[in-house]
Design a binder for this molecule. Structure first.
Ligand code: SF4
Ligand code: SF4
Length: 286
């Protein structure tokens, strides 16, 4: 029997529809809107040339000279994370993001030695999502998202993925399996949950946070929800609420947020049940 690969799902480049480059710093800007991130990724791609075109050491040095300090100056969100100037869109259609210095783009020649981290660190890096998310949790994201911007935000948010996976499995009465996720209504329902990451009504305003973290200079703290002040137990959805960067002005707001989560989960579980019942009548999930 062939040994199983170390990481069966390649979270960085899972397929041709999307990919992630979060650890190269693409979201670590005060303005990390889709528009601003896309502009930077497009700019790097244009300046470094398209796939197959020869990139000279001088061109790389010039690019670094121009953009490294700008990407890592005032524009930066969290001090301790480096924003690489060599990350960009990998394809014309702007569906996949990643390293513009990778050997696959340069006929086998690895140019990552020109980067801040260097070839070895870039090549050997696997973020905590590879280790901490189970295969089923990884599949929950990979099989339901086709949008690089949202995919990178979600796949790196371990609390959100674990929180949603657990809540869905609890309601369903069984663990959500990857085979259940090929059904289009299930994918649509799951996508609506992930979109909370983009449009969460109780997200704390400001650009000094990211997910459950609040950045203060070069250190960070976790957000707090004042349950004690309101004399209530922590929310059943505490993990999800924090991952969405929630800040509540009152207990009513907290309860409203829980209702939104309840409803989203309800629709997703309905879709999962429908997929399962079709399976039992057809013998297979379409
Ligand atoms: S954050 Fe994780 S999944 Fe994303 S590119 Fe880095 S190692 Fe890959
Ligand atoms: S050089 Fe390293 S940090 Fe920069 S884009 Fe490539 S993999 Fe990311």
């Amino acid at each position: 029997m062939a040994p199983s690969p170390r990481f069966p799902i390649h979270l960085c480049q899972p397929d041709y529809h999307k990919s992630c480059a979060a650890c190269c710093g693409i979201y670590n800007f005060k303005d990390n809107s889709r528009r601003a991130v896309s502009l930077r990724l497009h700019r790097n791609r244009v300046l470094l040339g398209n796939e197959g075109r020869k990139v000279t050491p001088d061109a790389l040095a010039l690019h670094s000279q121009k953009w490294r300090s700008r990407y890592n100056g005032f524009a930066k969100r969290f001090e301790a994370v480096f924003n690489c100037e060599f990350v960009g869109f990998l394809d014309e259609a702007h569906r996949r993001v990643g390293c513009l210095l990778h050997p696959l783009r340069h006929k086998g020649k690895d140019l990552r030695h020109s980067s801040f981290y260097g070839q070895e660190l870039c090549d050997g890096h696997f973020c905590p999502s590879y280790y901490e998310l189970t295969m089923n949790e990884q599949a929950l994201v990979v099989k339901t998202l086709d949008d690089w911007y949202l995919y990178g935000l979600v796949i790196t948010d371990i609390d959100l993925v674990k929180g949603v996976y657990q809540a869905l499995s609890d309601r369903l009465g069984e663990a959500v399996q990857p085979r259940m996720l090929t059904h289009p209504p299930v994918q649509r329902a799951l996508r609506r949950l992930w979109q909370w990451k983009l449009r969460w009504p109780y997200c704390r305003p400001g650009c000094d946070g990211f997910g459950k973290y609040l950045f203060i200079g070069d250190h960070y703290e976790e957000l707090q929800i004042p349950y004690e002040r309101w004399g209530v137990q922590p929310s059943f959805y505490h993990r999800i609420l924090l991952a969405l960067g929630s800040a509540f002005q009152s207990l009513e707001e907290l309860r409203d947020a829980e209702r939104i989560i309840d409803l989203g989960l309800h629709h997703a579980v309905q879709a999962l049940r429908n997929a399962s019942s079709q399976k039992s009548s057809n013998g297979t999930i379409p």
